[in-house]
Write a protein that binds this ligand. Structure first.
Ligand SMILES: NC(=O)c1ccc[n+]([C@@H]2O[C@H](COP(=O)([O-])OP(=O)(O)OC[C@H]3O[C@@H](n4cnc5c(N)ncnc54)[C@H](OP(=O)(O)O)[C@@H]3O)[C@@H](O)[C@H]2O)c1
Length: 392
């Protein structure tokens, strides 16, 4: 198998090392596409090219691996490669979630594979499990911790008493965070992954903008202490579940107790819980970010390509046969019980509070436990909002 690699950063170098040390599988990297001509490289410069069109025009490659940090460039690289009949492996969840319908259609039209295990929960083999093992089972829900840097921040705040900004800086230093950490801490990154999981778990395509994501960017030490007093911890949880003919899907912080499988998932670890109608609950745990865990998932995809593996999207094809497009409405007409920490009462005006269960005011903080209409939470998305909200 001869391939070209785009991107030689955190994940690209992880893949390079993992491939070099793999005993069972060999692939030749014919060229590595990068951007910065002045950056020092740890391997000889003749491995690199700065011309993506020269690489994509080569006749000696069957596939490309796209590991660049720029979604627009990545879209051009992936689309051009597929149009030229090249198979693609990508770890770029933003690109995949935002352009899913187009990229799905290109796979069908060009007969090429697009694999993206590394885009979802790092080293956890979740997409292929959903495709191959759970393809025949009706799933009730899929949920989990699928953003390594947020989980790292929450763990360090909880266990070491670090403040939010120090914990975030550590996550960035360790290579867990996206270039723009807002994507992680505000819950966009796990939302993109959730969109991909929903395709394979339920056969449904959601546009990312339809899925609610509230993150941990407003969390304080008070919130962590509040959870601890109740014997709970705060985790950022992505959740999708079947409700009749509709699906609920959202990313929200959640107070989890010791009965939850997610309570002891710490640092950059991720966990995905699948609940099947027949199989019951199952949990997959592994490192959700970082050079080698993600590189290992990408390597597994490259090896899968070498024996002609591709996603069959069985559940999606069933839905397309039933409704013509596979797109679905989200179920948003329900209430959630929430912990809401606020500074001024006016901040609560955006929320459709149906019932207040508990109200707390002290010089240090104010919070409510309340039943809130889910649809009103969309108004909290954005940098100007300062509330911290968690599912109780
Ligand atoms: N880091 C993780 O733990 C992790 C986990 C899962 C998925 N991912 C995803 O994996 C992808 C790569 O992430 P990363 O952390 O490896 O990023 P990174 O360390 O910032 O590296 C990005 C690489 O992309 C290259 N690049 C940027 N624009 C390019 C272009 N137009 N043509 C060719 N190369 C270009 C850069 O080139 P230069 O070297 O010249 O700057 C660099 O080598 C992203 O989509 C990310 O979301 C990352």
């Amino acid at each position: 198998m001869d391939i070209a690699l785009f991107g030689f950063g955190c994940v690209g170098q992880g893949l390079y090392d993992a491939l070099g040390q793999s005993h069972g599988f060999k692939a030749g990297i014919q060229k590595i596409g990068v951007k910065d001509r002045h950056k020092p490289r740890k391997i000889a410069l003749d491995h690199f090219s700065f011309d993506r069109h020269e690489i994509l025009g080569r006749s000696d490659i069957q596939a490309i691996v796209e590991l660049v940090d720029n979604a627009e460039d990545a879209l051009d690289i992936v689309r051009t490669a597929m149009q030229r009949g090249l198979h693609v492996v990508s770890a770029n969840k933003k690109l995949l979630a935002e352009h899913f319908s187009t990229l799905f259609q290109l796979q069908q039209d060009k007969g090429v594979a697009l694999l993206y295990e590394g885009a979802c929960a790092g080293s956890i083999p979740i997409i292929r499990n959903l495709e191959e093992y759970y393809d025949t089972e009706t799933l009730r829900s899929i949920s989990g911790i699928i953003n390594g840097s947020s989980n790292y921040i929450l763990t360090r705040m909880d266990k070491d008493g670090l403040d939010y900004h120090t914990a975030l800086a550590q996550a960035q230093e360790l290579g867990f965070a996206e270039i723009d950490p807002w994507l992680d801490v505000a819950g966009f990154d796990p939302k993109y992954k959730l969109v991909l999981l929903v395709v394979h778990a339920f056969g449904v395509i959601f546009k990312p903008e339809a899925v609610l994501n509230l993150g941990i960017q407003n969390i304080s030490a008070f919130d962590i202490e509040h959870a601890a007093l109740k014997g709970q911890r705060i985790k950022l949880v992505a959740y999708a579940a079947q409700h009749g003919n509709q699906l609920q899907a959202y990313v929200l912080p959640r107070l989890v107790g010791h009965e939850s499988n997610l309570v002891n998932i710490d640092n950059e670890y991720n966990a995905v819980e699948i609940e099947g109608a027949f199989s019951g609950k199952q949990l997959l745990v592994g490192k959700g970010a970082g050079s080698y865990p993600t590189g290992a998932a990408v390597l597994s995809d490259v090896a899968a390509l070498s024996h002609q593996y591709r996603y069959e999207y069985k559940k999606l094809h069933q839905n397309i046969a039933a409704n013509g497009h596979g797109l679905h409405e989200l179920h948003t007409d329900f209430t959630l019980r929430l912990y809401i920490r606020y500074t001024h009462e006016t901040e609560l005006a955006l929320l459709d509070i149906k019932e207040t269960i508990e109200q707390y005011t002290s010089p240090r903080a104010k919070y409510l436990i309340a039943e809130v209409g889910f649809a009103s939470l969309y108004a909290l998305q954005g940098k100007e909002n300062k509330l911290f909200v968690a599912v109780v």
